[in-house]
Design a protein around this ligand. Structure first.
Ligand SMILES: *[C@@H]1O[C@H](CO)[C@@H](O)[C@H](O)[C@H]1NC(C)=O
Ligand SMILES: *[C@@H]1O[C@H](CO)[C@@H](O)[C@H](O)[C@H]1NC(C)=O
Ligand SMILES: *[C@@H]1O[C@H](CO)[C@@H](O)[C@H](O)[C@H]1NC(C)=O
Ligand SMILES: *[C@@H]1O[C@H](CO)[C@@H](O)[C@H](O)[C@H]1NC(C)=O
Ligand SMILES: *[C@@H]1O[C@H](CO)[C@@H](O)[C@H](O)[C@H]1NC(C)=O
Ligand SMILES: *[C@@H]1O[C@H](CO)[C@@H](O)[C@H](O)[C@H]1NC(C)=O
Ligand SMILES: *[C@@H]1O[C@H](CO)[C@@H](O)[C@H](O)[C@H]1NC(C)=O
Length: 436
């Protein structure tokens, strides 16, 4: 009996081995440079995916990685370099074909690579660009991002303004990137700071303003000094993508975490690539990028023709993408960076952290849930308006009604004066048409 047991076990093992093919995703990312934010976290996630007992039914997920770093001594345009690496990936005689692409790169690079994968009908998951251009589904039909689009975060501005009852706001936008520190410097110069103003800035990476501003000041990149920037930024509100830890700090909890985000965080902090100056969330969104694709793959495996799994070729790409798309569309899991789902145009829907700058440091005070548009404010922060005299500043024109009693003689006098001034005014405008 024992022998039979062993044979059965052996057979089971053999079956598992023959069943489990290697499945490949491609990855285009810089390696070995300060902006290396994808490579390490994706490796960590890949390990967790392959060790998860309920993932990929015995198949092993592997990566074909192309390093998009541009050597410092060569004058290569990074976008052209990335395109060459993608071509390399898709035409290689030695690399196995890949079912989907993970990509980290600049805004322009993501644009170009996204358009190419759109033509190739290949799913691409990117983490480098918040540009609203990428939300055009016709141009980028297979692009997903585990970071949000700037288009989606507009709703938080609206909800923030509504929450505090303001009716009159000004919007400053730039078509090229203006560093917030320089904006703060200009606000300082023009005196647009203090009690009468409330500043709200979207998607700020910075934690320590004093440090950054003094570095920029030393390099001559600021039009005033670091302390003036810190002073201008005092009390300013900033919005950034929240991580799971932020949410629990303000008492906003999800239903059930799929991954142990505290454990992942601890693991990340032990890695040689972990850099204290980088916001943790920038690593977490990369960790979640490969999980999003792997979970969609896991769910679509039963619907894929077995041959397309065991012997995948680029001629199967369309079949695989058709199977993955509905699963990508309804992605919904709790990753290292909080809840992961995608908007209609493929960008990340999650939580945003609401922070206030105090003495140069960003302090968390609330969480915004993009799906429910719910703002949860931390109870610990009850002095949000400390720099505005302790109460919510008022905005808009206020109507003040007052009954005034005017003497009849005065009424007549006013009427006469008005009549005498009207002709004057009109004659002047005709002689000086250029005053318009
Ligand atoms: C992967 O798919 C299988 C079968 O469809 C499912 O039972 C399993 O729960 C999935 N794994 C995860 C982690 O969702
Ligand atoms: C990636 O490319 C950059 C620039 O060519 C190089 O410095 C770095 O060592 C490369 N990293 C790896 C792991 O190949
Ligand atoms: C750049 O540096 C590398 C390594 O030092 C060298 O192999 C390469 O030829 C250099 N490229 C140019 C264009 O000088
Ligand atoms: C996925 O969502 C996009 C955007 O809403 C839509 O255009 C596409 O048809 C969807 N695909 C599938 C297979 O559900
Ligand atoms: C602000 O921060 C600076 C530098 O960390 C510190 O020296 C100073 O005491 C702080 N001021 C206040 C009012 O907390
Ligand atoms: C908004 O958040 C509060 C506090 O976390 C919660 O009680 C409420 O149910 C949420 N509302 C929605 C619509 O999610
Ligand atoms: C007409 O406009 C000019 C220029 O604005 C001004 O200098 C002048 O005093 C005005 N004249 C009258 C009659 O209001």
């Amino acid at each position: 009996m024992e022998v039979f047991g062993n044979i059965a076990l052996l057979l089971g093992l053999c079956l598992r081995v023959t069943e489990g093919a290697d499945i490949y995703f491609g990855m285009l990312a810089p390696i070995g440079t300060p902006n290396e934010q994808m490579y390490g976290p994706v490796q960590l996630a890949l390990n967790d995916i392959n060790n998860h007992p309920k993932m990929l039914s015995g198949h092993t997920l592997r990566l074909v990685i192309k390093n998009t770093s541009v050597p410092a001594n060569e004058s290569v345009y990074h976008v052209g370099n990335a395109v060459a690496k993608l071509q390399d990936l898709m035409t290689s005689k030695t690399d196995p074909p890949v079912m989907a692409l993970l990509h980290y790169g600049s805004i322009t690079e993501t644009d170009v690579i996204g358009e190419i994968t759109g033509k190739l009908k290949m799913i691409q998951i990117s983490t480098g660009s918040p540009s609203s251009t990428l939300s055009q589904r016709l141009v980028f039909p297979y692009l997903y991002r585990t970071i949000g689009s700037l288009l989606d975060v507009i709703t938080i501005e609206v909800d923030f303004v509504k929450r505090f009852g303001w009716t009159r706001v000004a919007l400053l936008a730039e078509d090229k990137e203006l560093v917030t520190e320089e904006l703060d410097a200009r606000a300082y110069k023009y005196g647009l700071i203090g009690k009468k103003y409330v500043w709200l800035t979207l998607m700020q990476h910075v934690k320590d303003y004093r440090n950054l501003a003094s570095n920029m000041h030393q390099k001559g990149q600021l039009s005033c000094n670091a302390e003036q920037v810190v002073q201008a930024a005092e009390g300013q509100f900033i919005i950034f993508r929240a991580d799971a830890k932020h949410a629990s700090e303000v008492g906003y909890e999800s239903l059930r975490a799929f991954t142990d985000h505290a454990e992942i965080l601890r693991e990340m902090k032990e890695q040689p690539w972990y850099n204290d100056d980088t916001r943790i969330i920038l690593y977490q969104v990369n960790y979640d990028a490969i999980w999003a694709a792997a979970l969609a793959l896991n769910k679509s495996l039963p619907r894929l023709p077995p041959r397309a799994i065991t012997n995948f070729r680029y001629t199967d790409l369309s079949t695989v993408t058709d199977a993955l798309m509905p699963e990508m569309n309804c992605t919904n899991f709790f990753g290292a960076s909080g809840p992961v789902s995608f908007s209609l145009h493929g960008s990340r829907m999650s939580w945003l952290s609401m922070e206030q700058i105090r003495n140069g440091t960003a302090i968390l005070f609330g969480i915004y849930d993009q799906k429910s548009r719910n703002i949860t404010l931390s109870e610990k922060i009850n002095d949000l308006w400390y720099s505005h005299g302790g109460s919510i500043p008022q905005s808009g024109y206020r109507t003040v009604r007052k009954v005034l009693v005017v003497a009849d003689e005065l009424k007549i006098a006013f009427t006469v004066i008005a009549m005498t001034f009207v002709p004057y005014a009109s004659s002047n405008t005709t002689t000086h048409p250029n005053i318009y």
